[in-house]
Design a protein around this ligand. Structure first.
Ligand code: ISL
Ligand code: CA
Length: 552
């Protein structure tokens, strides 16, 4: 296996709108990020990933791009971008951007042209049909086919109707995307996170779906189209192979069995796959807003299956939350009595599995879900559309509110909590989305001043990981797969052996005697005093290192 800088990287995801506002308009911006580079450098992350910063009417907060080579007005100017890039590089860190190749904004020049007439040269930049060919539904409610008055046909949009899907069958579309990527690489960026790449190749007969089996639909119909691997390999050949960069493909709908076709050393595709079956683990039959209880055993198995499928031949991201999902401490931990303990336990998980960890902004200080009291307070297009749909169908919107409080994307999008001053130090104006009222207790300033904080725990563990490469490259084996409280695994290589023990419960749990504790010494943990060797306290997490090297 080849060792490279990107395999050793830890990524920090910034949702620019909610990170830091420098000019008081209530919206985070590029200058705001520049102000916080020292904070990120202190934390010890290597790569900063910015959610979309390109020109956009913001129907889906930048995931609807109207100009891929211009900076969104609210975020600043190209000059400020250049300053940001230089400042990141000056600290020895790298910067990657979010590319949204599957769809553009309907306000993009291409779509504006495309809808002019059936013979416009841009017509086949998108998918147009005289009648909806199928019952495809959009991720954001309703049919995925929208009638356009101007040219009197329907266009495809897997996301909002302001996000028409680009037609990758058209070589011109592919070339446009390659040109855009070259433009940014020539500016000196270090890579891309690629949004919903498994959707770029479509089944052109648009087969009908079973709307009650959304997961199946995503895997078998929307993702994994017949030309997917070909498109990814072409993209590599035309663009990626020419630069030393990092690419993370958001792998929606890709199953472990297909992973190596895109990220295997031999495949010549992307560097890593950003998988997230475990973050959709509590989707009920009605999907995301029909949450059901989840089991730790299933959660663990997902990681084990991915690790087994890609092994050393491919790389994956390790993700516990992002801008699309609830806060990890609220979801997989306990965000009240054991907030600090469980956030640190999750930090251990995130930083000691095999894969490239992505820390989502604010998780390093243990930010939690927010509880808005009405649906109107939510800004997310997904929630707005669903709210309308539920009203139309006469469904109980109180039930929807409850589900959104648990599952909504705005949980992770409330502004970063910098300090205890008004608006959490995020803005001098009115924040675009309300601040979580817990900011006087949970904020970065408090965390920086407290040596026992979640922040300092992350910082310490990040440094330890960097110095002990077994935690990066070593093999992984899940122990006690059936336990519903304990997440236990080994990591090892020729140099060293580790045992990681995580108690995902409030109960004190005795570690079964077949776990070889005697061979190991604790090197990191989320309790300040080392406890009884074979008992894990509430939400206790330990990283243990072998007393002596042994061969396997
Ligand atoms: O949160 C979801 C919808 O309920 C996810 O399924 C999400 O749509 C999926 O992970 C794809 O996400 C990405 O593309 C979307 C954008 O809205 C998300 O923010 C982005 O991460 C469309 O560009
Ligand atoms: Ca601003």
């Amino acid at each position: 296996m080849q060792k490279t800088w990107w395999k050793e990287a830890v990524v920090y995801q910034i949702y620019p709108r909610s990170f830091n506002d420098s000019n008081g308009d209530g919206i985070g911006d590029l200058s705001g990020i520049i102000e916080k580079i020292d904070y990120l450098h202190l934390l010890g992350v290597d790569v900063i990933w910015l959610s979309p910063i390109f020109q956009s009417p913001n129907d889906d907060n930048g995931y609807d791009v109207s100009d891929y080579c211009a900076i969104m007005n609210e975020f600043g100017t190209m000059q400020q971008f250049d300053q940001l890039l230089a400042a990141v590089h000056q600290k020895g860190m790298k910067l990657i951007l979010d590319l949204v190749p599957n769809h553009s904004s309907d306000e993009h020049e291409w779509f504006q042209q495309s809808r002019q007439s059936k013979n416009n040269p841009y017509r086949d930049y998108y998918y147009w049909q005289a009648e909806p060919p199928s019952n495809w539904v959009s991720f954001f409610s309703g049919s995925a086919w929208e009638y356009d008055e101007l040219s009197q046909e329907y266009y495809l949009h897997l996301f909002s109707k302001k996000q028409p899907d680009l037609n990758w069958e058209n070589p011109k579309v592919r070339q446009e995307m390659y040109n855009i990527m070259h433009f940014w690489f020539q500016k000196g960026i270090d890579g891309f996170r690629i949004d919903v790449f498994p959707f770029i190749s479509k089944q052109l007969d648009f087969p009908n779906i079973d709307p009650n089996q959304f997961e199946k639909t995503v895997v078998e119909v929307y993702a994994n189209g017949p030309r997917l691997q070909e498109f990814v390999q072409e993209l590599n050949k035309e663009v990626l192979a020419k630069y030393d960069v990092l690419t993370m493909g958001e792998g929606i709908g890709i199953k472990p069995s297909r992973a190596l076709e895109f990220v295997g050393e031999e495949a010549k595709g992307l560097n890593m796959l950003y998988h997230f079956d475990h973050v959709t683990i509590n989707y009920g039959s009605g999907g995301k807003y029909d949450p059901v209880p989840w089991k730790l055993s299933s959660f663990k198995q997902i990681f084990a299956d991915w690790d087994a499928a890609v092994g050393e031949d491919g790389w994956i991201n390790i993700v516990l939350d992002n801008h699309d999902f609830p806060r990890m401490v609220s979801r997989f931990g306990e965000d009240k009595k054991y907030r600090k303990k469980s956030a640190k336990l999750l930090a251990i998980l995130l930083l000691t599995l095999r894969g490239i960890p992505c820390i989502y902004q604010g998780s390093e200080i243990g930010m939690t879900n927010v509880l808005f009291n009405t649906l109107e307070e939510y800004d997310d297009v997904e929630v707005k559309n669903l709210h309308q749909e539920w009203l139309k169908k006469g469904k109980d919107t109180q039930a929807l509110l409850k589900a959104v409080q648990i599952q909504g994307r705005d949980n992770a999008r409330t502004p970063f909590q910098w300090d205890a001053t008004p608006n959490a130090g995020f803005t001098k104006g009115k924040p675009w989305l309300p601040i979580n009222p817990n900011y006087p207790q949970i904020n970065a300033e408090e965390a920086l001043n407290d040596p026992e904080s979640i922040f300092h725990f992350y910082k310490d563990l990040l440094a330890y990981r960097k110095a002990n490469k077994t935690l990066i490259y070593g093999k992984f084996e899940l122990l006690l797969p059936a336990s519903e409280q304990l997440f236990v695994y080994r990591r090892w290589d020729a140099e060293q052996r580790y045992l990681v023990l995580l108690n995902f419960s409030e109960e004190e749990i005795t570690i079964p005697s077949d776990v070889p504790l005697e061979d190991y010494l604790q090197v990191k943990g989320n309790y300040d005093k080392v406890g009884t060797r074979d008992v894990l306290r509430s939400w206790e997490g330990r990283v243990m290192c072998a007393k002596r090297k042994i061969t396997h």
